[in-house]
Design a protein around this ligand. Sequence first.
Ligand code: NAD
Ligand code: G6P
Ligand code: MN
Length: 435
Amino acid sequence: GVKIVTIGGGSSYTPELVEGFIKRFDSLPVKELWLVDILAGKEKLDIVAGLARRMVKKAGIPMEIHTTLDRREALEGADFVTTQLRVGGLSARIKDERIPLSHGILGQETNGAGGLFKGMRTIPVIIDICKDMEELCPKAWLINFTNPVGMVMEGIVKHTNFRKIIGLCNVPIGMHKAIADLMDRKMEEVEVTFGGLNHMVFATKVVIDGVDVTKEVIKKWADQTVKNIKGIVWEPDFLEALGVLPCSYHRYYYMTKEYLAEAMEKLKEHKVRAEFVKEVEDKLFEIYKDPNLCEKPKLLEERGGAYYSDAACSLIDSIYNDRGDIQVVNTVNYINSDNHKAIQNFEVNEVIEASCKITKDGAVPVEIGELPKAVNGLIQQIKSFEIIGSDAAVSGDKKEALLALMINPLVMSQETAKIVLDELLEAHKDYLPQF
Ligand code: NAD
Ligand code: G6P
Ligand code: MN
């Protein structure tokens, strides 16, 4: 049987994952699921584990659910490790969103100053997990769901020798599903190629019945978004000229003024996204406590992570069964030993989010070619931000953190960068021992 370890097991998303493993038990027999958390998350961990046990019992599946606060105990002999932790919890996210906004710039979980600080809190923890894995379960794969996925992946690839890591986001699978719905087809009937960066990914090509229908889908794409981002409608002429489908997160860059204005309104009402999420989470945990509940509740759909379990469980299933199918993940831009690149715009050792072939040896990107000239400036800027942000996370050098902020397109001001840097360093000092 398969042993899975989920770090950050007290997350409200865990029931999604359990549902995914239950559905796939025939091909992916998960015998042990270890949910790992820290003392601060113990109450959530116990509630989630209770629900998980009721779910597997109802499904009649022999999957043991273990909980522990001792990560090393759990990692011993694991086959797959998933990370869905949030260093500093939602209260840290509230600061990431509120402090930048209070100085007139966008603060967001994975973008701008908020994204940098989430990255700097998270990368050292993920590096420690990789070290533990090398020692305790060297054959295991790490499926990293912890944001900011692009910066975290750069941190591991650039600053460690650990290579059994794959970064995962639910945005591409959500786009694939949305495209299928728009075309009145099942997902399996629609072939979509993705290329770009995490939270900056593009659908570059859509094929149905052997016919390239990308242009047709672009015409229908204008109002598609995810739960956590308001769907201000894209200008159809812009999308047509662009020639590829942007993801929801691109709106922060192409409509910065609009999203800043919206966020400022929310700030007045005391409702930055993290505060809204906190309310949903409190309600969710009340529901999870119900001893009669044996399935994932509908309210979880209010969270941005829809289809997360489908993405994570399919990925694990394909590695375990050596399927060789195509899934969208974050990995290096490297196709083979000739230093052949998947996306021409990036260096061969840079992390991309792209359609990849998944086998027992992990993920290898398919050949995407060149992303349009029109997006090249922005994607290079964000790639630089990810790399310099990950350097700062490792070095704890304040100058490097300032550099990351200064080159981020959402920061826009030297004066603001300096103020926001000082305030966030102070606000998060308990979780930034490297500074
Ligand atoms: P959450 O606030 O519920 O945190 C999950 C758990 O992590 C908590 O129970 C917390 O106690 C625990 N934790 C904190 N520090 C830890 C540590 N050092 N070791 C082990 N556990 C620790 O978070 P959430 O809203 O459920 O999200 C979890 C993570 O998944 C976040 O990083 C979020 O950004 C990410 N996420 C990613 C995607 C994606 O597309 N990749 C989608 C949704 C969420
Ligand atoms: C999307 C992204 C995730 C992000 C989430 C936020 O699904 O892919 O990376 O964490 O939204 O959702 P939330 O409900 O926490 O705001
Ligand atoms: Mn994501």
